[in-house]
Design a binder for this molecule. Structure first.
Ligand SMILES: NC(=O)c1ccc[n+]([C@@H]2O[C@H](COP(=O)([O-])OP(=O)(O)OC[C@H]3O[C@@H](n4cnc5c(N)ncnc54)[C@H](O)[C@@H]3O)[C@@H](O)[C@H]2O)c1
Ligand SMILES: [Zn+2]
Length: 345
């Protein structure tokens, strides 16, 4: 088991990689612990959960709503949970986001922690202190910045994860290597098969490298004023592909990273061979490289994004492998570039 300390603006968080579910109680207060999980996790691990009251939410993104947060607060009231209560979220990114938000608002804030049970939650969603819920189709529109007391990344629980969920996490883990960890990028290239087979030593290494990259960036910019934008590598184009193709987030980010790499090569920041290495790696992890929707249509979805203001986007470009730069690029330039890749396909 490895412990990584994450320094937040208001408080620190401990990330425990590889900690077993049965040892969880060592990290919890003795009483007043309330567990939030979802139906899938409850079904698979219900017998192994510590002996505290459990709120079971519907699995999936559709339950990431203020309504679920209200239900959890009502449940806590019924349970007579006071200010000293501790809320423990056990699940993927959805459970962690909802739990973090509910704990941040119940009685103006109670303590909380996570057991991250998906690869995506372990390498991304459970880290960084952002939490929130969706409203009227706007993703994460309500939320807070608040660090959990601890995050347990139980790599053993990943063995029950469906393959497409594993892929979602892998895409974000590759993203972290592109941002700041060339050595890990090369190691994933060499050991892609071990990763897919969930070799324990390799997965723990991948998870802890990802945690270090993300927490290092968040430590320098907790509330997204600049540095944290680097984490959006592959996401500007990826979010648009997620909408047009209706594919899972990680797959869309994979396509978005290829787009960012192609644009970076065009701008002379990335060598053709480096772009090819990325493509080969994503391919070996069975991640997609290209959208079904023509690039021009994807661009239209990107430009339509309701949350976007102005004529420019903060686009994350790759500066070789293991380094990125954020540049304000005009929508016009992205549109023109999308049309050229269309022609070359
Ligand atoms: N707060 C952040 O900084 C941040 C960052 C990235 C993503 N997110 C959010 O994370 C969410 C996505 O997270 P996710 O991909 O973990 O989704 P998820 O929580 O919906 O989990 C995916 C599926 O896997 C199931 N599952 C969970 N653990 C399992 C296990 N061990 N075995 C078998 N099945 C299991 C879940 O029930 C669900 O059906 C999104 O809402 C996204 O917005 C937040
Ligand atoms: Zn993402």
């Amino acid at each position: 088991m490895e412990t990584i300390l994450v320094k937040g603006r208001y408080r620190n968080s401990r990330i425990l990689v590889g900690e077993k579910l049965e040892l969880l109680e060592e990290h919890l207060p003795e009483e007043e612990v309330y567990i939030v999980t979802d139906g899938h996790v409850k079904q698979l691990y219900g017998d192994e959960l510590p002996d505290f009251p459990v709120y079971v939410m519907e699995p999936g993104e559709a339950a990431k709503t203020p309504g679920t947060v209200s239900h959890i607060c009502q449940w806590l009231i019924n349970e007579e949970a006071g200010r000293d209560a501790f809320l423990l979220g056990i699940g993927g990114g959805v459970v962690c986001d909802v739990t973090g938000f509910a704990a941040s608002v119940y009685m103006r804030g109670i303590d909380f922690g996570f057991v991250a049970t998906t690869l995506l939650a372990q390498v991304d969603a459970a880290l960084g202190g952002k939490n929130g819920v969706n409203l009227d189709g706007f993703k994460n529109i309500m939320g807070t910045f608040n660090q959990p007391r601890f995050v347990v990344c139980s790599t053993a629980m990943l063995h029950t994860l469906p393959e497409k969920e594993l892929q979602n996490g892998l895409a974000e883990a590759v993203k972290h290597t592109l941002i700041a960890d060339k050595r890990m990028f090369n190691e994933i290239r060499e050991r892609a098969d071990d990763i897919i087979a969930l070799d324990d030593e390799m997965i723990k290494k991948l998870v802890s490298h990802s945690i270090r990259v993300k927490s290092d960036i968040v430590g320098r910019d907790e509330i997204e004023e600049g540095e944290r934008r680097k984490l959006n590598l592959g996401h500007t184009w990826g979010h648009a592909v997620e909408k047009t193709d209706g594919i899972p987030h990680g797959q869309a980010v994979s396509i978005g990273m290829v787009f960012a790499a192609t644009l970076s090569e065009e701008k002379g920041l990335l060598k053709p061979q480096e772009r090819q290495e990325l493509i080969n790696l994503l391919h070996s992890l069975d991640l997609p490289l290209q959208s079904f929707t023509p690039a021009e249509k994807v661009f239209q979805a990107l430009a339509r994004d309701k949350k976007r203001k102005g004529t420019h986007v903060h686009f994350v470009l790759m500066n070789g492998i293991g380094d990125v730069v954020v540049e304000a690029i005009s929508l016009e330039e992205i549109g023109a570039f999308a049309r050229t890749i269309e022609k070359n396909m």
